[in-house]
Write a protein that binds this ligand. Structure first.
Ligand SMILES: [Mn+2]
Length: 319
């Protein structure tokens, strides 16, 4: 394992003719934006590119340039000169998409990244994996055209919830400004990636909001498999609801529990400034960022809810 220099990464891209790119399960805007953004830049440099997501591309991102190129499986016999993981903090999050292949380059910004690749470009200061790519793409000898700029902007906007997370920096704004100069249409991308909701998504939110609870400065709610079915909702299983929960003015930590069909519960935390929820997530087998983290926990919804609330209250007491 080495921390690669920018020259090393440039050489990897220059020498490779075929590249496999993949991002994480339950892909978000940064996963999809980094995959398609880097993929598009490589295609425009004449590389053979295979882009994969083990969960496929979510329907709310089907409008993105190159969306039809994303595959759910990588044929076993396909060989690549270069394999790259994007926005993946640990290999479990890849959903097995790489098969037995060695991962050569890991580009990510999660503080909990396990540095599983041969070369690990992990920058936890960066607001998005898309921001890391946007910052370095040209120094790696790859072009940023208007489509690539828009794709990378998608990840910047979604991971920062519209440039308002506590890790926002002037550097991130400058990266975004450069992407606008290269052709990213900020208002359109903002609308498509962040503001647009479909009717079913709001109905689904309704199921969770009816069950909203609080204890001290923690607020939480649950979404069951039945809620999802009854709402007829087919998008992300958490429907980005934690963004709404985290707007509660007198709560410091919000938690969303989403029942999964494999006897697991997906738990996601949002913490306000001064609360590091990534440690909590990591102690329960997950990971993420200080302000936004998640874990997949085995057990039924009630048990997981009880355990997690108890542990989160303990974390609050330490602060
Ligand atoms: Mn990200």
């Amino acid at each position: 394992m080495t921390i690669p220099s920018q020259e090393t990464i440039k050489a990897l891209f220059t020498e490779a003719e075929s590249v496999l790119l993949a991002s994480h399960i339950r892909p978000d805007g940064d996963a999809v934006g980094s995959l398609l953004g880097l993929g598009n830049a490589l295609i425009h440099s004449g590389k053979k590119v295979f882009m994969a997501l083990s969960d496929g591309l979510p329907s709310n991102f089907h409008y993105l340039y190159g969306a039809h190129l994303v595959k759910r499986y990588v044929p076993k016999d396909l060989k690549f000169d270069l394999t790259i993981s994007l926005d993946i903090s640990d290999l479990d999050r890849s959903g097995g998409i790489f098969g037995n292949r060695e991962i050569i380059l890991n580009i990510d910004h999660h503080i909990t990244n396990t540095l599983f690749a041969k070369h690990n470009l992990n920058d936890p200061e960066s607001v998005a994996t898309c921001a890391i790519i946007a910052e370095h793409l040209e120094s790696w000898g790859l072009p940023i055209n208007a489509e690539t700029a828009s794709l990378l902007m998608t990840g910047l906007i979604t991971d920062t919830i519209g440039f308002r997370t506590s890790n926002m920096s002037s550097k991130a704004m400058r990266i975004a400004a450069d992407l606008i100069d290269k052709g990213a249409d900020l208002p359109t991308i903002y609308q498509q990636a962040l503001t647009n909701k479909n009717f079913d998504q709001l109905i689904y939110w309704g199921y969770a909001l009816k069950k909203l609870q609080r204890n001290d400065r923690i607020a939480w709610t649950t979404l069951t498999l039945d809620d999802r079915k009854d709402a007829g909702y087919n998008g992300n299983d958490d429907a980005d609801l934690n963004t709404i929960l985290s707007s509660i003015i007198d709560c410091d930590i919000t938690i969303l529990f989403v029942e999964q069909n494999n006897g697991h519960v997906k738990v996601s935390w949002r913490g306000k400034s001064g609360f590091n929820v990534s440690k909590l997530a990591q102690s329960l087998g997950g990971g993420g960022h200080p302000a936004a983290s998640g874990a997949d926990i085995e057990g039924n919804l009630e048990d997981v809810e009880f355990t997690v609330i108890k542990k989160t209250l303990e974390l609050m007491k330490e602060n």
